[in-house]
Design a protein around this ligand. Structure first.
Ligand code: HEM
Length: 430
């Protein structure tokens, strides 16, 4: 077995060490609690103010709530490894494990879950693909699809369920065209991405685990077949560029790593952007004066999006695991401790932002948030996500300035520990 084969996706969690000595324990809090899923911010702030660091017994994770500790963890990648970020939070059933032990289920960790120096070696290959120049080439596609989806919304007439009508289809299609996947496969790919979110960040039942494990196997096989087809027939897409780079210098990257980048990227940045678009509407539309400002001056949109990423982010946590004994918040933390970094508390810290619970699109330091991480793994798609969301908001502001939320709707959130956006959002207009 090569080194690559040892580092795979969706691994079963190994036994965790005991909580750090003297560290406060929390017996009932979990990011999957119904009250937290619905409205995490007040609960996160209370936990932060009570204990900056505590051990969540329901999760088996050490929860770190303050920005200074989270930034230290992100920037010290030697002590705090990212190898666990794609793994299921809760134990897998033997049946799900058996399905994933199929001989050809062998994606290797390449980006978010790969350690240095390999991570840096592979990330170099993705730089050109995510350059400002390359992202700008998506502008016509995103604009055209945004207008087509708005046309369809207007034709259907109000009210419309916006996630299904707009926010769900667009980001998936954009990333899939960027990667080069054929349009006919969009629905299947979106289904797989939803399954993957439930598998690694949610708490599926044993039956669901087995079903999803089968789907992950199919998803990986698809990515391998797709990469092979691109190798035969290049196009104007990221995968073709990656294969070109690999073939120009095959000693620096393995072919399995190329396939695995496709598996990794096709999930990253799909639903997080769906949620960012919805969360932006949730922040802007009820504040009619703020929405009117954005409609009349599109130059305000970029900072408004930064403020949404701070105030109501589509990603409110991320994980790490300690590679050696260390210290956090004054506690001795043993090697092998799973860490849950809580962005929902850090992004509302009063010593960083004035009136942190106010939504203010003019905040000078709105972009100081931690929603894209920090350090060597800083989100590769941050510019991509913001650019896409900006085009969407500008298109809606131009075409449907009277857009507003339907009153008194109850929002639901998919049960998982990290990603946050409404599953449905009813909008209307005049
Ligand atoms: C609002 C949308 C998004 C949010 C909130 C988000 C957030 C994050 C976060 C928190 C990380 C981990 C950073 C760290 O460990 O320091 C990350 C990594 C990553 N993101 Fe995003 N992301 C978004 C959109 C995207 C998009 C659109 C793409 C690609 C099309 C993308 C691709 C990636 C990749 C490849 C990594 C791993 C980078 C590495 O390890 O070098 N993300 N993202």
């Amino acid at each position: 077995m090569s080194d690559d084969d040892k580092r795979s996706y969706h691994r079963q969690r190994t036994d965790a060490p005991s909580p750090p000595a003297g560290c406060p324990l929390h017996a009932t809090w979990s990011p999957l609690n119904a009250d937290y899923l619905t409205e995490p911010y007040a609960i996160a702030a209370a936990l932060r103010d009570e204990h900056g660091v505590f051990y969540a017994e329901c999760l088996g994770y050490l929860v770190v709530t303050r920005m200074e500790d989270i930034e230290r963890i992100f920037t010290d990648h030697e002590t705090f490894a990212s190898v666990n970020v794609q793994d299921p939070v809760f134990p897998l059933t033997p049946e799900a494990q058996a399905i994933l032990s199929a001989e050809d289920f062998n994606p290797v960790a390449v980006m978010s879950n790969r350690s240095e120096p390999d991570h840096g070696r592979i990330r170099v290959y993705t730089r050109a693909g995510f350059s400002n120049k390359r992202i700008k080439t998506l502008d016509p596609y995103i604009r055209r699809r945004s207008h087509e989806l708005i046309d369809a919304m207007l034709e259907a007439g109000p009210p419309v369920e916006f996630v299904n009508a707009f926010a769900f289809p667009l980001p998936g299609e954009t990333v899939f065209r960027f990667i080069g996947f054929p349009e006919g496969d969009d629905e299947t790919l979106k289904q797989w991405c939803g399954d993957r979110k439930a598998f690694s960040w949610g708490k599926p039942t044993p039956t669901e685990q087995a079903e999803i494990a089968e789907q992950m196997l199919a998803y990986w096989r698809y990515c391998r077949d797709f990469t092979a087809s691109k190798r035969e027939d290049r196009g104007d897409d990221f995968t073709s560029e990656l294969i070109d780079a690999y073939e120009a210098n095959p000693g620096s990257m393995s072919y399995r790593e190329v396939e695995s980048v496709v598996y990794g990227l096709s999930f990253a940045g799909h639903e997080a952007v769906t949620a960012l678009i919805c969360n932006t509407l949730l922040c802007l539309l009820p504040r009619r004066d703020v929405w009117a400002e954005v409609c009349s001056d599109p130059s305000l949109t970029p900072n408004a999006i930064e403020e949404v990423l701070r105030y109501n982010s589509s990603q409110i946590s991320w994980r790490r695991v300690t590679t050696q004994d260390t210290e956090i918040g004054g506690y001795d933390v043993p090697v092998g401790t799973s860490i849950f970094m809580n962005f929902a508390s850090a992004n509302r810290q009063g010593d960083i932002w004035t009136d942190p619970d106010d939504f203010d699109i003019h905040r000078p330091n709105a972009n100081r948030h931690i929603s894209f991480g920090k350090g060597v793994h800083y989100c590769l798609g941050a510019k991509f996500a913001k650019f896409e969301t900006q085009l969407v908001i500008d298109a809606l502001a131009e075409r449907v300035p009277s857009l507003r939320l339907v009153d008194d709707q109850k929002l639901n959130y998919f049960p998982n520990i990290t990603f946050r956006g409404p599953t449905e959002l009813q909008v209307t207009w005049d």
